[in-house]
Ligand binder design. Structure first.
Ligand code: ADP
Length: 461
């Protein structure tokens, strides 16, 4: 099943294969987060590993020594290890299965040693490991308990049992005993430090998560208020602005009649500045409505040749003004299911930009049906082009990257941001390619049958 590991660096095939086999023994929900996955895997690996080692040793012992009660008791203990993955699967908890493992270790290790009948027994080497295992599965408190039990039993066993016969070994018994008694403590300390760090990290992580959630809620709220504010402001600003435009138009007619060239020049300034402001306000209103998901696409079957003709007729004067040739090319029967007005807005934005940033060149609007279910719109110009570092920014609101100050002042820096959002709303994509000094091509691809059902956004205004 997919989990965090999918993002980790690839590991050797053998390790990957082993972990896959181990994961098959673990319930799915324990594999979901890193911490429980780690515990569950360690439980399976350590119990099967200890069980297998124990079984091999025990079989050798059974071959050389009589099959007495101790042999069968040892076999029972080994079987317990093999049962631990089953306990984990049934209880769906690495902690419970780990608890059983801890109990088995704490109880069985001293008993196994006592059963050996002499000090030290080889099993003594497992003593330092047990507290670490207990701490790993059940926390520092039980780890400390395991340490006390095993350290005490080491000292008691050393006192009660006869020493191993080798003379040399007997001489080093005090050192051996003290090392054996101290090593569980060392192991415990290591595990406890690990456990404390982990807990601290967990706490830090959940604190950071809480802070992130709070910050996101605040940011979303601020965003909503900003959108709401922009919406109200745009409506309020448009009414007086339309009055200014209307009256300046009237005054222009009067000035023309009176042949007052100076006044006409001033009125032209008022008129074009007001138009620019209206464009800016309309764009702001558009982008705020899109961001607030308050745009409803009105889907219909759009005849593309008629639409493209309209766009070309609208912008031909602008193309002519810059000494540009405007060329359109498309499939005569091309149709698409979409919002006609929005589609026109998208194409007008791109072709108007091409006209603005091209002098004495060529502008092409090419429409093609691709693969039957997709329509591509290419707007290609031979203008100033866009530097690679700017190409990433042009779709951001207010990103104006052209060196041409005049062209910048005519624009609002919102056209492409709106275009991209409208294209995405229609279930499509937009890309730009450009070479400085040679020209720019924008390519829009839209699904021919309209946006997928989930992408049709309905809204309140
Ligand atoms: P504006 O209203 O300023 O044109 P846009 O969002 O439409 O805003 O475009 C953002 C910027 O991207 C423009 O100011 C210009 O610098 C650059 N740009 C857009 N289209 C072209 C193009 N065809 N050729 C060169 N630069 C372009």
């Amino acid at each position: 099943m997919p989990h965090d590991d999918d993002r980790e660096a690839p590991r050797p095939a053998l390790v990957g294969g082993l972990l896959e086999a181990v994961d098959r023994l673990i319930p799915d929900e324990l594999l979901l987060d890193t911490d429980s996955r780690l515990r569950s895997r360690v439980l399976v690996l350590s119990s099967v590993g200890i069980g297998t080692l124990g079984l091999l040793g025990h079989l050798v012992r059974g071959y050389t020594l009589p099959l007495d009660g101790n042999f069968w008791a040892g076999l029972g203990l080994i079987a317990t290890f093999f049962l631990l993955p089953v306990v984990q699967r049934t209880t769906r908890s690495a902690r419970i299965a780990g608890g059983v493992l801890s109990a088995v270790l704490i109880i069985s290790l001293p008993l196994l040693h006592a059963n050996f009948g002499r000090f030290p027994a080889p099993v003594l080497l497992f003593f330092p490991v047990a507290p670490a295992v207990v701490t790993f599965f059940n926390g520092a408190r039980l780890g400390l308990l395991a340490t006390v039990v095993l350290s005490t039993s080491t000292i008691v066993l050393a006192k009660l049992l006869p020493l191993a016969t080798s003379e040399a070994f007997a001489a080093s018994t005090p050192t051996f005993t003290s090392f054996a008694a101290v090593s569980p403590l060392i192991c415990f300390l290591l595990a406890a430090v690990y456990d404390r760090n982990r807990q601290r990290n967990d706490q830090d992580l959940s604190r950071i998560n809480r802070e992130l959630v709070a910050a996101r809620t605040l940011a979303e709220e601020a965003d909503r208020r900003k959108t709401e504010f922009l919406r109200h402001m745009s409506h309020e600003l448009r009414t007086p602005l339309n009055a200014i435009l209307g009256y300046s138009e009237l005054l222009r007619e009067e000035a023309t009649d009176r042949e007052d060239a100076a006044l006409l020049g001033d009125l032209d300034h008022i008129h074009s500045a007001s138009e620019h402001l209206l464009r800016l306000i309309n764009n702001l209103l558009d982008i705020s409505r899109i961001e607030a998901d308050a745009i409803e696409l009105e889907l219909e079957d759009v005849e593309l040749p008629a639409l493209v003709d309209e766009v070309a007729a609208l912008l031909r004067p602008l193309a002519d003004a810059g000494g540009n040739a405007l060329r359109v090319d498309l499939d005569a029967n091309a149709t698409i299911r979409g919002d006609r007005q929005r589609l026109k807005q998208i194409l007008v934005n791109l072709v108007a930009n091409a006209c603005k940033f091209t002098k004495d060149g060529t502008i092409e609007l090419l429409v093609a049906v691709e693969g039957g279910d997709q329509v591509s719109f290419r707007v290609r110009d031979t203008g100033v082009g866009i530097a690679p570092k700017d190409l990433e920014r042009i779709f951001e609101p207010f990103a104006q990257v052209s060196a041409d100050r005049d062209a910048r002042e005519k624009g609002t820096g919102l056209g492409l941001a709106i275009t991209r959002k409208l294209v995405e709303l229609a279930g499509g994509s937009i890309d730009a390619e450009s070479t400085v000094g040679r020209g720019t091509t924008f390519v829009i691809r839209l699904p021919r049958g309209g946006p997928p059902p989930d992408d049709v956004v309905t809204g309140s205004s």
